[in-house]
Write a protein that binds this ligand. Structure first.
Ligand code: NAD
Length: 243
């Protein structure tokens, strides 16, 4: 099945930011591939609630799974124009507790956030090039550039994503643009217990509120449509990066 409608693959899109991105892209008439590592039934239900979407289960901490997900997306829709690398993981470890951030923690977080993003992007790149108007949007974090975030390995993984964004942008034009968004605290299942940080955000950030998944989705869509922008990291944090 091939026609003029663009196709987006949004990783980790059964909840939170990824789900909001999928809804926003669907509202713009873009066909969407929904992905998660688990919760297949919920993923299928969510895809069924969108005008034109399909669901592919794949654990992106495995390179093989990442490649299979991209291949199945292209097999299903016949093209791939947009990749949103949103799937991510963390462990909450206070930054001074160095011993707790052991090598297994580093491997788990970098394995999904960095290597999973890389493997998915590499598999998608030939199809994005073929699109001629291909675009990648990576989901970083304010922790990627500020001394913040749920753990040091998580913050470092997001710093890596931001530099990966610039390096890939430098080699992927003119057919493919590569950008990132760096959200601050966003209300999702991931942050439901972050009450102390939420209070701080409401008190001290310029926009005085916690972000919504829809705030990030709007910026992701904006970058997708920003045809003279590549290698950019857009803060979507209510000004938290200024603190
Ligand atoms: P979430 O828990 O709601 O969503 C995470 C998604 O990733 C889920 O759909 C989950 O199924 C998927 N996922 C997890 N492990 C996976 C794997 N191995 N393979 C495939 N999919 C997997 O969390 P969220 O807050 O929406 O986070 C989404 C992204 O936004 C993450 O990359 C996170 O680092 C980033 N982020 C979140 C915040 C925030 O405050 N919520 C802030 C900055 C950045």
């Amino acid at each position: 099945m091939t026609d003029d409608k663009r196709v987006a693959l949004v990783t980790g899109s059964t909840s939170g930011i990824g789900a909001a991105v999928a809804v926003r892209l669907a509202a713009a008439g873009i066909r969407v591939v929904i992905n998660s590592a688990r919760s297949e039934a919920a993923g299928r239900r969510f895809a069924g609630s969108l005008p034109d979407a399909t669901y592919i289960r794949a654990d992106l901490s495995s390179e093989d799974e990442a490649r299979r997900m991209v291949a199945e997306s292209v097999a299903h829709y016949g093209r791939l124009d947009i990749l949103v690398n949103n799937a991510g993981t963390t462990k909450v470890i206070p930054h001074p507790d160095l011993e707790a951030a052991d090598a297994d923690v580093w491997r788990e977080i970098l394995g999904l956030n960095v290597i999973g993003t890389w493997a998915t992007t590499v598999a998608a790149m030939p199809h994005l090039r073929e699109s001629g108007d291909g675009v990648v949007v990576n989901i970083s974090s304010v922790a990627g550039s500020r001394p913040a975030g749920s753990s040091i390995p998580y913050a470092v993984s997001k710093a890596a994503i931001e530099h990966m964004t610039r390096l890939l942008a430098n080699t992927s034009g003119p057919q493919v643009r590569v950008n990132a968004v760096a959200p601050g605290l966003i209300e999702t299942p991931w942050t439901k217990d972050f009450t102390a940080i939420a209070a701080l955000v409401r008190e001290s950030t310029p926009l005085r509120r916690v972000g919504l998944p829809e705030d990030v989705a709007e910026s992701v869509y904006g970058l997708i449509e920003s045809r003279y922008t590549t290698g950019a990291v857009l803060s979507v944090d209510g000004g938290a990066h200024l603190l």
